[in-house]
Design a protein around this ligand. Structure first.
Ligand code: DAH
Length: 360
């Protein structure tokens, strides 16, 4: 074996066994650097005869080319191995379940959800939201709403009374959201279009009644507001709320001191077991009370009934939630049971809107 062949086989085997980039660089310098073994051979060419050069020249150049390409190949192999090692050490196990955050675990109570749904529908119809205090005086809860003192209608409400204050007045926990009508008419000039959602209280408790519950009141005051407007608004609301194309309503005469005439509204439904569907069937379900605002109520708020008229309605938010989402027992709403909330609650960032969908 010539000395060139020996040099080549030693260099090639060194290159093949170089363990890393630094070892490879040392071999390159040792062979192809200024004083490297291959460079020394090339320098020797100058002193050779033309004949020797003809044989040696191609041999030594060939050796240099093969060593150069072996170096490049090995460098690539080492780089690939380094990348593989890095990829292996940085792998992410995509099958691991994501750890749930508070936003995933938390749930909006169905009452909050349904209140938002109702607000979204009426906001779309141009209604503002009005609020009033839970602790009311007799004047706003009853007298101004045309419940005369001693009138038996006051007894219908199973009112919670506070002990008399220094002036002998007994405050009440409001028994309905209707006092907000009075507060609004006394503080704003018509035209008025409001809804008033909020807590209400009556001394009552069974599967469909709890001492604290929720109502939403609606009030429209204008010069020409009439029952046709009222019926259209309620139909629009019911269809949007129950997410059906159309609902059929019927109005039955009723009595409330603050409206004349007064009606109760039923919607057509079908029942199978505990399941209720709206917009079809042979059954009727009562969902709200309504009527034209009584002239005495307008007068009590400083409005001339010959100039202004209006209509109003009131409905139970809890009852609407039970009907829409099939929750059979109202008491469970207020037991703060995590399992119930996980099941019936709503994701906090899925806010109801008429465009995005009310109840997704
Ligand atoms: N306040 C009534 C109740 O709690 C509900 C109601 C009926 C409100 C008719 C109204 C109305 O505004 O017009 O039973």
């Amino acid at each position: 074996m010539s000395s060139l062949d020996q040099l080549e086989s030693r260099l090639l085997s060194d290159i093949a066994s170089a363990a890393d980039e630094a070892a490879l660089e040392a071999i390159r310098v040792g062979a192809l650097g200024k004083k490297g073994t291959v460079s020394e051979q090339l320098k020797g060419l100058g002193a050779m005869s033309p004949d020797e050069r003809r044989t040696f020249g191609p041999a030594i150049n060939g050796l240099r080319d093969r060593v150069t390409s072996a170096l490049a190949e090995r460098r690539q192999t080492l780089a690939d191995a380094a990348l593989d090692a890095r990829l292996a050490s940085e792998t992410v196990d995509v099958t691991l379940p994501v750890r749930a955050t508070g936003a995933d675990l938390g749930r909006l109570h169905p009452i909050s959800q349904v209140t938002e749904e109702i607000a979204a529908i009426f906001a779309d119809l141009g209604f503002a939201i009005a609020e009033g205090p839970d602790v009311e005086d007799d004047e706003h809860n009853f007298t101004a709403l045309n419940f005369p003192v001693g009138h038996p209608a006051r007894e219908m409400h199973d009112t919670f009374f506070f002990a008399p204050d220094a002036s002998g007045q007994r405050k009440v926990l409001r028994t309905h959201t209707s006092p907000v009508q009075i507060r609004t008419m006394r503080s704003q000039q018509p035209p008025i279009r409001i809804i008033c959602p909020g807590r209400t209280y009556r001394n009552d408790s069974d599967q469909t009644h709890t001492p604290m519950f929720h109502q939403v009141e609606g009030l429209v005051i204008d010069r020409t507001a009439h029952m046709g407007n009222l019926k259209w608004i309620l139909e629009e609301f019911c269809a949007a709320f129950f997410e059906v194309p159309k609902v059929e309503m019927r109005m039955r005469p009723s009595f409330f001191p603050f409206t004349e005439p007064s009606m109760e509204v039923d919607i057509r439904c079908s029942r199978q077991g505990s399941e209720i569907r709206f917009g079809e069937g042979d059954d009727w379900l009562e969902i709200l009370g309504c009527g034209m605002v009584h002239p005495n109520v307008l007068r009590n708020c400083g409005l001339d009934p010959d100039e202004w008229q209006g209509f109003a309605w009131g409905m139970g938010i809890d009852r609407l939630a039970m009907l829409k989402y099939g929750m059979p027992d109202l008491r469970a709403f207020f037991e703060a049971d995590q399992r119930w909330l996980q099941h019936y609650g709503f994701r906090p960032f899925d806010l109801p809107s008429l465009i995005g969908g009310l109840s997704q």
